[in-house]
Design a protein around this ligand. Structure first.
Ligand code: SF4
Length: 204
């Protein structure tokens, strides 16, 4: 009950946050009050900002197809896994690349306080980090080849938890085109499916 009250307060604080001047739209979060598994992405894109729903577009279709390989459909995943991100607002487009802008250090630090609070309240046993930036923030490894395909242990906000990294499912990423990288990704998926917190989350 205490956890639910703290979590509700946290979500109210988060969804009202307007601390970053250069982001667009409102914060996006897939809130699950009693989750023991969290997923941390990079930042919402424009479609997510419009719908206020994380992984609502093409990257989501790919991510949820990976989860369906583990026997978990999208609706059940959204019901049971708290979906978070390094920053919760759409950063806007990068003028040079045309892709979504990578959040800057100040935005990451500011929004990191929301992530810390979530970790303190939810006490996750497993965090699935999606993409380079989430990997860097959670385990300090920015190279996917060094992060994907193995189990990591992380400490943050006074809690210790397992971290498994997946590459970003965006169609812009070409990382998975290499066979050895696809093998690492399959190993990450295997580790996620075998993790006791993931298994318990989807046991019924
Ligand atoms: S990115 Fe995070 S810290 Fe910045 S305004 Fe959005 S919710 Fe607040």
């Amino acid at each position: 009950m205490v956890q639910h009250a703290s979590f509700t307060n946290h979500i109210e604080l988060l969804t009202a946050c307007a601390a970053c001047p250069n982001v667009l739209g409102r914060p996006v979060v897939g809130a699950v009050a009693d989750a023991r598994v969290m997923l941390v992405g990079q930042a919402p894109g424009p479609h997510e900002a419009d719908s206020r729903r994380p992984f609502a577009y093409t990257a989501g279709r790919r991510l949820f197809s990976w989860m369906s390989d583990l026997g978990v459909d999208e609706a059940t995943f959204r019901e049971r896994v708290h979906i978070s991100a390094v920053i919760r607002c759409f950063p806007g487009k990068d003028a040079k690349s045309g892709g979504d802008r990578v959040p800057d250090d100040e935005e990451i630090a500011r929004c990191g306080a929301h992530l810390d609070r979530e970790i303190t309240i939810l006490k996750p046993k497993l965090v699935i980090a999606v993409g380079t930036l989430a990997s860097q923030q959670l385990i300090g490894i920015a190279q996917l080849k060094d992060a994907v395909g193995r189990m990591h242990r992380a400490k943050r906000a006074g809690r210790t938890f397992d971290v498994i990294v997946l590459p970003h499912p965006s169609g812009r990423s070409t990382w998975l085109n290499k066979r050895e990288n696809a093998t690492l990704m399959r190993e990450s998926l295997r580790l996620i499916g075998a993790h006791p917190a993931f298994a318990a989350t989807f046991a019924k």
